[in-house]
Design a protein around this ligand. Structure first.
Ligand code: NDP
Ligand code: MN
Length: 384
C-alpha cells in the first residue's frame, strides 16, 4: 500500500455574493493591503471598485497593482513586490484568474525577501505575506492550492513552483464574479479543469484523496462545462464550474499534473498570447493516446462515468472512446485546433520539448507512461 501525506490549510468561502465578506475576512490579517489584479476585466466589470469599496469600509488601506498580464512575468511580480515592500502591506489579495492569483502568491514570497522572485525556483521560501484569493475564472484551481506559475520574458521559460508558505489563507469563490467570462475564456479555463482532473486522476502520485476530489469535480464538469460556455448567464452552471475548479485545484495540490501541463507551459511561455487552457486543448488528444496503455483502467472508469455505452467494445476500444468523447467536447468548445493554428512556429518545437523537461520535469516524472525528449517532440509534432 502506498504511503503519503496530504495537507491543505486553505479556508474556502463559497457562494454567490461572497465578495461582500472580503472586508471582514481581510481585516483578520492586516489593515494595509495590496490587491493584485489584471489590466482589464476586473476594472470593466466593476469588481475591483466593489472590492476596494468593501475593504475601505472596513477601515483598510488599499493599494492596487493592476499590471498582471495573462501568463504573468517575473518582471511584473518583482515590480509588485517592490510596491508591497514600499507600502509595508501586511496582506496580498489576488483578484482575477490564475494569472493574478499565481502572481499574488509569488509577490507574497518576494515581498518577504531581498532576491528576485526567479531565485525562489532554487531557493526554498519559508515565509510569505498572508494571501487571500478572490477568483474570477473557473480553471486553474490556484484559488485553493500553493502553486504559482511565472514566465521569464527573456527566455520563454515558464516553470511552476509552490512552497507551503504560499497556500492562500482564505479563498473567496463567488460564482457571480465568474459570470462575466466571455465564451472563449470560459472554454479555455474550463478545459484546464478537465485536464487537472484527468492528470491528477491518472498521474503516478494519485491517491484516494486526490481521486475523490477528481470524481466529484468530474461529475460537476461533465454536465456544466459546455452549458457554461453556451449559456453564459446560467448561474447554476457557473456555480458548478467554480466548484469543479476548486475541487480539481485541491486534487492537483495533492497529486500534481503531468505531460499536458509539462508541454503546455513552454508553449504559452514562448507565446504568451496563447491561453493556458487553449494550449492544453491542442495537446490533449495526442497525450491521452500516448498514455492509454499505462492507465487503461482509469480511462475505462472515466468513460463509464461519462455515460459512454460499453456495448461489446473491447477494453482498448472502450478506453479509446474516452479520447473520442474528449474530441467531441473540444469541438463543442471550439478548441479543437492544431498547434500551428495557435501561431506556434514549427522550428520552436525542439525548444519547447527541451523546456518541458528543464522547467516541468516534476510533471514529466508524474506522467503514467515513461517519456523522453524525443517522445515529447513527437507528441508536439503530431499535435502541430
Ligand atoms: P488568466 O488569469 O490569464 O485570465 C485570462 C483572461 O481572462 C484575461 O485576459 C483576464 O482579464 C480575463 N478574465 C479573467 N476573469 C474574467 C472575468 N470574470 N470576466 C471577464 N474576463 C475575465 O486565465 P487563467 O485563469 O486560465 O490563468 C492562467 C494562468 O494560470 C497561466 O499562467 C497558467 O499557467 C496558470 N495556471 C496555474 C495553476 C495553478 O495551479 N496555480 C494551474 C494551471 C494553470 P485580465 O487580463 O484583465 O486579467
Ligand atoms: Mn492548468
Amino acid at each position: 500500500m502506498k504511503s503519503f501525506t496530504i495537507y491543505n490549510p486553505v479556508k474556502i468561502h463559497f457562494g454567490n455574493g461572497m465578495l461582500a465578506q472580503a472586508g471582514s475576512i481581510a481585516k483578520k490579517y492586516s489593515d494595509n493591503i495590496l490587491i493584485v489584479t489584471g489590466k482589464n476585466s476586473m476594472q470593466k466589470t466593476g469588481t475591483l471598485d466593489k472590492l476596494v469599496k468593501i475593504l475601505k469600509e472596513s477601515g483598510i488601506t488599499v493599494t492596487v497593482y493592476d499590471g498582471i498580464t495573462p501568463n504573468p512575468t517575473a518582471t511584473e511580480i518583482d515590480e509588485a513586490a517592490k510596491i508591497a515592500k514600499q507600502k509595508k502591506v501586511g496582506l496580498i489579495i489576488g483578484l482575477g484568474g490564475g494569472s493574478p492569483l499565481d502572481s499574488a502568491k509569488a509577490i507574497a514570497v518576494a515581498a518577504k525577501g531581498d532576491i528576485p522572485v526567479w531565485e525562489y525556483l532554487k531557493t526554498p521560501a519559508n515565509d510569505a505575506l498572508p494571501i487571500i484569493t478572490i477568483v474570477s475564472t473557473s480553471g486553474t484551481g490556484s484559488e485553493v492550492n500553493r502553486y504559482s506559475v511565472m514566465t521569464n520574458p527573456a527566455t520563454g521559460e515558464k516553470p511552476g513552483f509552490g512552497y507551503e508558505c504560499m497556500y492562500p489563507k482564505e479563498a473567496i469563490i463567488d460564482p457571480e464574479i465568474t459570470s462575466s467570462m466571455p465564451p472563449y475564456v470560459t472554454a479555455a479555463t474550463g478545459f484546464d479543469v478537465f485536464v487537472h482532473i484527468f492528470e491528477a486522476f491518472t498521474g503516478k502520485a494519485k491517491n484516494e484523496f486526490s481521486s475523490a476530489y477528481c470524481m466529484q469535480a468530474f461529475y460537476l464538469l461533465k454536465d456544466n462545462l459546455i452549458k457554461a460556455y453556451s449559456e453564459p448567464d446560467n448561474m447554476q452552471a457557473r456555480g458548478d464550474m467554480a466548484l469543479a475548479s476548486a475541487l480539481a485545484g485541491l486534487a492537483i495540490d495533492i497529486s500534481g499534473v503531468s505531460i499536458m501541463h509539462a508541454m503546455e507551459h513552454p508553449v504559452s511561455g514562448n507565446y504568451p498570447n496563447i491561453a493556458h487552457g487553449a494550449g492544453l486543448a491542442v495537446l490533449a488528444l495526442e497525450s491521452m493516446k500516448y498514455n492509454l496503455n499505462a492507465c487503461k483502467r482509469d480511462y475505462i472508469l472515466i468513460a463509464h462515468h461519462f455515460g459512454i455505452k460499453r456495448a461489446d467494445k473491447s477494453d482498448d476500444e472502450y478506453a479509446m472512446s474516452l479520447i473520442e468523447k474528449t474530441k467531441e467536447i473540444l469541438t463543442a468548445l471550439n478548441l479543437n485546433v492544431r498547434l500551428k493554428d495557435l501561431g506556434v512556429e514549427k522550428d520552436k518545437l525542439q525548444k519547447i520539448a527541451k523546456e518541458a523537461f528543464a522547467t516541468m520535469g516534476f510533471a514529466i516524472d508524474n506522467n503514467p507512461a515513461v517519456i523522453d525528449e524525443k517522445g515529447v517532440l513527437k507528441l508536439l509534432e503530431n499535435s502541430y
